[in-house]
Design a protein around this ligand. Structure first.
Ligand code: ADP
Ligand code: MG
Length: 147
């Protein structure tokens, strides 16, 4: 287990690739103000809990990094909330407690293999977050926006 850490802010627009190209929407957070925190944590895939103001609490699996497949030049923070929403929630306050690390960032030879890996990451996150070691963090007050 890793030492849990917090990150949050309003959901911002990304490149619009998550849902359209991958079928996997990711609610991007701004990296502004988080450069120190991000340099402390390696790029890769993490999991944890997400609090979305007004809407509720969800499991999430998150990529932090450069997205080598897409040749990004800026680091991004992209949590996929493991829930079916009726619509978008750009601008809403999203708070994350990051509790576990799955794997380093990797490049993939095809979009299909990238998508398959993300679904494998999701299954790992789903299962891990049911274990008391990780499930207890759903009660973290940070998620509710009170601190
Ligand atoms: P962008 O590049 O702007 O982040 P995406 O294709 O990654 O676009 O879609 C992400 C957006 O979709 C989020 O900002 C959010 O408003 C919406 N969304 C809907 N369902 C989810 C979900 N389960 N997880 C994350 N974002 C979701
Ligand atoms: Mg996104």
């Amino acid at each position: 287990p890793i030492e849990p850490w917090h990150i949050g802010g309003p959901v911002v627009k990304g490149f619009g690739r998550g849902s359209k190209v991958l079928g996997i929407p990711t609610a991007n957070l701004s990296t502004k103000g988080y450069s120190a925190l991000l340099s402390e944590h390696p790029s890769g895939v993490y999991f944890g809990w997400a609090g979305l103001s007004s809407q509720g609490l969800y499991k999430m699996v998150m990529s932090i990094g450069w997205n080598p497949y897409f040749n990004n030049t800026e680091k991004t923070i992209e949590p996929w909330l493991l829930h079916e929403f009726d619509g978008d929630f750009y601008g809403e306050e999203l708070r994350l407690v990051v509790v576990g690390y799955i794997r380093p960032e990797a490049n993939f030879s095809s979009l299909e293999s990238l998508i398959a890996k993300i679904h494998e990451d999701r299954r790992i996150a789903e299962r891990a977050l049911d274990i008391p070691t990780y499930s207890k963090y759903r009660d973290d007050p940070y998620l509710k926006g009170s601190s």
